[in-house]
Design a protein around this ligand. Structure first.
Ligand code: GLN
Length: 172
């Protein structure tokens, strides 16, 4: 399986290491020419969603990636990647891809001290370690989406059609 990892900003190295450990071939998406390669999965890493979104626009990657995502390409999105996919960002009129029917609140656990680890159930598996890094919260989710994990009663991972998205970092 070939995974295209968005590598314009943020924790893409960790995402690449994870998919390599799963036996995938990976390539980095840094510029338009990189989208000439075929991929089975698009991985959107953690980082700073505002910076990533602006870079995607500046690099001309935004529209072609949105086309692939909305066209059904499987997507694995972490943290900032989830924010880029969200239909709504609380307190903000910005919508990036808007492809995933969730609302998110950025930096929901505090800006600097908002990073923590916990252990919880994920997709029917108990005791999965979950690392949150300046994570968003999912404040609303379509009833069509499947909630894969929760923290304090709020969803922290969802699957909807071709998209799996996490507020925590499964690759860590
Ligand atoms: N706080 C970041 C944002 O709002 C997301 C943090 C992360 O990706 N780990 O974009």
């Amino acid at each position: 399986m070939t995974v295209g990892v968005l590598a314009v900003q943020g924790a893409f190295a960790e995402m690449e290491a994870y998919w390599r450990s799963q036996g995938a071939d990976i390539f980095e998406i840094r510029q338009l020419a990189d989208l000439g390669r075929s991929m089975d999965l698009l991985a959107l890493p953690g980082g700073e969603s505002t910076v990533q979104g602006k870079l995607l626009r500046d690099l001309g990657l935004f529209a072609p990636l949105k086309g692939r995502i909305d066209g059904g390409l499987p997507v694995f999105a972490v943290c900032a990647g989830l924010i880029l996919l969200a239909e709504k960002i609380e307190g903000d009129s910005t919508v990036w891809f808007g492809s995933l029917p969730v609302a998110v609140r950025r930096n929901a656990y505090g800006r600097q001290l908002g990073s923590f680890r916990t252990i919880g159930a994920f997709d029917g598996k108990p005791d999965v370690p979950m690392t949150f890094i300046r994570a968003p919260a999912i404040t609303a989710v379509s009833s069509e989406a499947e909630v894969l994990s929760s923290f304090n009663g709020e969803p922290t991972a969802v699957r909807w059609r071709n998209i799996s998205a996490f507020t925590w970092h499964p690759e860590l």
